[in-house]
Design a protein around this ligand. Structure first.
Ligand SMILES: [Zn+2]
Length: 412
C-alpha cells in the first residue's frame, strides 16, 4: 500500500483518461524512413500530414469548419533529391558528417582545382573571370573565434555567394536547414577534421531541385470544451527532409512536440476542458515559420477568442529543465507553471526567456495572442543534423511535461 502514497502514483491517477500516454510510438513512427525526414523530397511532408489526419480521426478530434483538418498553403523550397558525391584528392567525404551542402546551394558537377584564400585576401580573386569553370575557392574559417572575425566571416559569406563556388572549412558543428531561394554559386560547408591540409582536387556531383509554389499544409483539429473560448496547443511536424540520401529524422525537432501534442489531444478528447482545445500541427516551420505565419494571416478561428497558446518544439530531453520563451511577457503563466513544477517536482530548472522569433508561437504574439513556447534542455546535443534520431532521444521527462501542462491548462 505504501507506494500509493508516492506523488507520481497519485498524479497518474489524477490524469488518467482511460489510456496511458505513449510518447515513443509517435516519435519512432515519424522518424521512420517512410516519412523521409518530413521534408520536401518524396513528399515527406505530405506523408506526415496524412499520418496526422489519420491520428486526428482516430482520436476523434473535430475539424475546424469544412477543412477536413487540412489548411493548405504554398512555399518555395530548394531541395536535394539526388545522391551527392564529394571527393577530395580521390578521398570520399561522408555527407551529413564530413560536409553539409548549404541549403541555398545550386548544382555543381565535375572536377575542379582548389584555390585557397582567407577572409582578407579573397578580393584578388574577383578579377579572375574563368574561375567558375575550373576552380572552387576554399576558405578556412576553423580558427576564427572573436566577434570581429565572425562578423567579417558573415559579411564575406554574403558577398561571395554571388561570385564563386565556395568551400567553407569550419570547426563549428555542421547544421542544416531549409532555404526558399537558390544562390548563384554552389556553397559547401566542410568539417575541418575531415580533410588533410594539402587537398588540391575536388570531384563533385551535386544536383538541387528548386520547387516554386509547392503545396504544403497545417493539420488542425479541435477537442470541444464546455465554453466558447479556446486554448491552442501547437507543434510543427515538418523537418529538414533529405540531403541526397542522408535523412534528417528530427526526433527531438519536432517529432517529440507532435508526440506530446497527440497525447494531449487523446487526453482532451476524453476529458472535457472548460476551453475548446485546438491542436495545430504546423507545416514549414523549418522553412521560416511559414505555416504559423499563414495561419495567423488566415485564421480558421477568431484569434480574439484564444485565451492562450502553448507551442511545443524540442521537448524530448529535460534533464537540465525547461525553458519558456515569452515568459517575461506572460509573467502570470510563467509563475503558475513554476508553482506547479515545484508541486510536481518535475524539472530541476525553469529558464525564463523573453520574446524570440524562434518557433511558431512568434506570429501569434505579433497578433497579441497570449503565447508561450516551451522547450526542454540538457541531454543529447544533436540538432539539425542526421544524429537527431529516435533511437537516442531519451524522452525521459516528456511525461512530466505532459502532466505539468494538463495541470497548467486546468488553472488557466
Ligand atoms: Zn523545431
Amino acid at each position: 500500500m505504501s507506494k500509493y502514497l508516492l506523488l507520481p502514483f497519485l498524479f497518474i491517477s489524477i490524469h488518467f483518461s482511460g489510456q496511458k500516454p505513449n510518447f515513443s510510438y509517435y516519435v519512432d513512427t515519424l522518424c521512420s524512413d517512410y516519412f523521409k525526414g518530413r521534408g520536401y523530397v518524396d513528399n515527406g511532408h505530405l506523408k506526415a500530414a496524412n499520418f496526422l489526419v489519420n491520428e486526428f480521426e482516430k482520436i476523434n478530434l473535430e475539424p475546424l469548419g469544412k477543412t477536413n483538418y487540412i489548411q493548405s498553403f504554398k512555399i518555395d523550397v530548394n531541395t536535394f533529391p539526388y545522391k551527392i558525391d564529394l571527393k577530395l584528392d580521390g578521398h570520399k567525404l561522408i555527407p551529413g558528417k564530413d560536409f553539409m551542402i548549404d541549403p541555398h546551394s545550386c548544382a555543381i558537377d565535375g572536377s575542379f582545382k582548389v584555390i585557397k584564400t582567407n577572409l582578407k585576401n579573397w578580393k584578388s580573386l574577383l578579377n579572375s573571370k574563368s574561375l567558375y569553370n575550373q576552380s572552387i575557392v576554399s576558405i578556412d574559417v576553423s580558427n576564427i573565434t572573436n566577434r570581429d572575425t565572425i562578423s567579417l566571416y558573415n559579411e564575406v559569406k554574403n558577398i561571395l555567394k554571388n561570385h564563386f563556388p565556395i568551400f567553407w572549412i569550419t570547426s563549428n558543428k555542421l547544421q542544416w536547414s531549409v532555404a526558399d531561394y537558390v544562390s548563384k554559386f554552389p556553397i559547401i560547408n566542410i568539417n575541418r577534421e575531415a580533410l588533410n591540409n594539402n587537398f588540391k582536387e575536388v570531384d563533385i556531383h551535386l544536383q538541387n531541385k528548386f520547387i516554386n509554389d509547392l503545396n504544403t499544409q497545417n493539420v488542425i483539429g479541435k477537442a470541444k470544451g464546455k465554453g466558447r473560448k479556446s486554448i491552442i496547443i501547437s507543434a510543427h511536424y515538418d523537418h529538414l527532409g533529405m540531403m541526397g540520401d542522408v535523412k534528417f529524422p528530427g526526433a527531438n525537432d519536432n517529432a517529440s512536440g507532435i508526440s506530446l501534442l497527440l497525447n494531449l489531444a487523446t487526453y482532451y478528447s476524453k476529458i472535457k476542458s472548460k476551453y475548446n482545445i485546438i491542436f495545430i500541427c504546423f507545416g514549414a516551420e523549418e522553412a521560416g515559420l511559414k505555416g504559423s505565419k499563414y495561419f495567423t494571416n488566415n485564421p480558421l478561428i477568431d484569434l480574439k477568442k484564444v485565451q492562450f497558446l502553448i507551442n511545443l518544439d524540442i521537448v524530448g530531453t529535460g534533464e537540465d529543465g525547461i525553458a519558456i520563451v515569452n515568459a517575461l511577457e506572460q509573467e502570470k503563466a510563467a509563475k503558475q507553471i513554476g508553482k506547479i513544477n515545484s508541486q510536481l517536482n518535475a524539472f530541476k530548472k525553469i529558464k525564463i526567456r523573453g520574446q524570440a522569433p524562434n518557433s511558431d508561437h512568434y506570429w501569434f504574439s505579433v497578433k497579441k495572442v497570449p503565447s508561450i513556447f516551451i522547450y526542454t534542455m540538457g541531454g543529447i546535443k544533436a540538432y539539425h543534423d542526421p544524429f537527431d534520431k529516435s533511437e537516442t532521444l531519451p524522452l525521459n521527462k516528456i511525461e512530466d511535461l505532459y502532466n505539468l501542462l494538463i495541470e497548467f491548462i486546468g488553472e488557466i
